[in-house]
Design a protein around this ligand. Structure first.
Ligand SMILES: Cc1ncc(COP(=O)(O)O)c(C=O)c1O
Length: 414
């Protein structure tokens, strides 16, 4: 059976060229970068080379602005908690959005318990916030704004540059979670105008368990963990040398190949979106139709349980996800889908398909052939669609037995 991996937003395979670089630092050059002998110096050299690779990829002006961490989640926590506590005397207010990954939202929730106040901005129907919303939420106690670059569940890209202009004008620190955008769309810290940025290795063909945090020189920030002097005391602990080397190589390759990959994958993306909306009635495209990641497709199918669809596609060899990997398995629908105005029932029928460099046109064709009968079958079995005679028009979202509906009337629903 054909095997198709369409879940690159959850994680990516490690590129063989990345593995090759890493191997040497697991076996031959295994030294501790803090040791001053030759083994240690070899490891230190590799860590500093990777730091340069990350700095170059995101346009940081100095390598000192890059700290290695264990993952995107840790970088988000370091950025947010580190700014919150360092600026506690100035204020206690943080602005973020309902689109954020739980690494940001749960961190902000915890800060609320510790006496900070958090504004979570609502999203529009495509999952975006505007710079004006951010401006309106700012108070004289605001110390940090954290808005993700691109959303993991619906692929929507946020207007980071416009938001950073607001933050700059008010001299408020600005963090962006760029875990999903690095390697897919341009990520340059000066063009985006951010003070702190999060990225992660395993989304860009690097290994799991490695991430980085960018912190602009001069940013008022304090560490959140304490120990030895590694990473300029920002993130103590013996460095994951092989992981760091892997991240350096991966980000270098990801930025080199970005435009070619984006061009190819966005064609697949647009074909899937067009054909699925055409072929399968009662389907909603989630996320922004244009301002979305080039490899990202996401839908909600009415009268469908996302988990059943996922399992049936899995039986056909296709790996997709329903909602984010972190929340699938839970019965709660995705917070992002409900935040863009979808009902819980509709949100349960979500599908996220994220392509990567291993995917081909044949994968796309296979998916387009396999999906419609699965949806049809599930709808036949679904108690949700009992007596339902869905409208056959393309992308119609209406569940109306009589078929006497006015499409406009349902547009308010999301
Ligand atoms: C937007 C976003 N932020 C943060 C993370 C967490 O990254 P990590 O898995 O490296 O902890 C993810 C992972 O899915 C993500 O998609």
């Amino acid at each position: 059976m054909r095997k198709v991996y369409f879940d690159h937003s959850a994680t990516t395979p490690v590129d063989p060229a990345v593995v090759e670089e890493m191997m040497k630092y697991l076996t031959e050059h295994f030294g501790n970068p803090s040791s001053i002998h030759a083994f240690g110096r070899e490891a230190r050299k590799a860590v500093e080379k990777a730091r340069q690779q990350v700095a170059t990829a995101i346009g940081a002006s100095s390598v000192g602005e890059i700290s290695f961490t264990s993952c995107g989640t840790e970088s988000d926590n370091m950025a947010i908690r580190g700014v919150a506590y360092a600026n506690r005397q100035k204020g206690n207010h943080i602005i973020t959005t309902a689109a954020e990954h739980s690494a940001v939202l749960a961190c902000c929730k915890q800060l609320e318990r510790e006496g900070f106040s958090v504004t979570v901005l609502p999203l529009d129907e495509y999952g975006r916030v505007t710079a004006q919303q951010v401006a309106d939420a700012i108070t004289d106690k605001t110390i940090l704004i954290s808005v993700m670059h691109a959303n993991n569940e619906i692929g929507t890209i946020m207007p980071i540059r416009e938001i950073s202009e607001v933050a700059r004008a008010k001299r408020i620190l600005f963090h962006t979670d760029a875990v999903q955008s690095v390697g897919k769309i341009p990520v340059n810290v000066d063009e985006l105008g951010v003070d702190l940025l999060t990225l992660s290795g395993h989304k860009i063909y690097g290994p799991k368990g490695i991430g980085a945090m960018y912190i602009r020189k001069g940013t008022f920030w304090q560490p959140i963990t304490f120990g030895g002097g590694q990473e300029r005391r920002r993130r103590p602990g013996t460095e994951n040398v092989a992981g760091i080397v892997g991240l350096g190589k991966a980000i270098e390759m990801a930025t080199e190949n970005m435009y070619a990959d984006a061009e190819r994958l966005s064609k697949y993306r647009d074909r899937i979106i067009t054909e699925v909306l055409e072929k399968i009635p009662n389907t909603i495209l989630t996320g922004h139709p244009q301002e979305r990641l080039p490899n990202h497709v996401s839908f909600c199918f009415r009268f469908i349980e996302g988990e059943s669809m996922l399992l049936m596609l899995d039986m056909k060899g296709i790996a997709i996800s329903s909602g984010s990997a972190c929340t699938s398995g839970s019965l709660e629908p995705s917070h992002v889908l409900t935040a863009i105005g979808l009902s819980k029932e509709v949100a349960h029928g979500s599908l996220r398909l994220t392509m990567g460099k291993i995917n081909t046109e044949e994968d796309v064709e296979y998916f387009l052939e396999v999906l419609p009968p699965i949806i049809e079958r599930l709808r036949e079995m679904s108690p949700l669609s009992e007596g339902c005679n869905p409208c056959a028009c393309s992308s119609c979202t209406v569940h109306d037995d009589d078929h006497h509906h006015d499409h406009g009337e349902f547009e308010d629903e999301f």
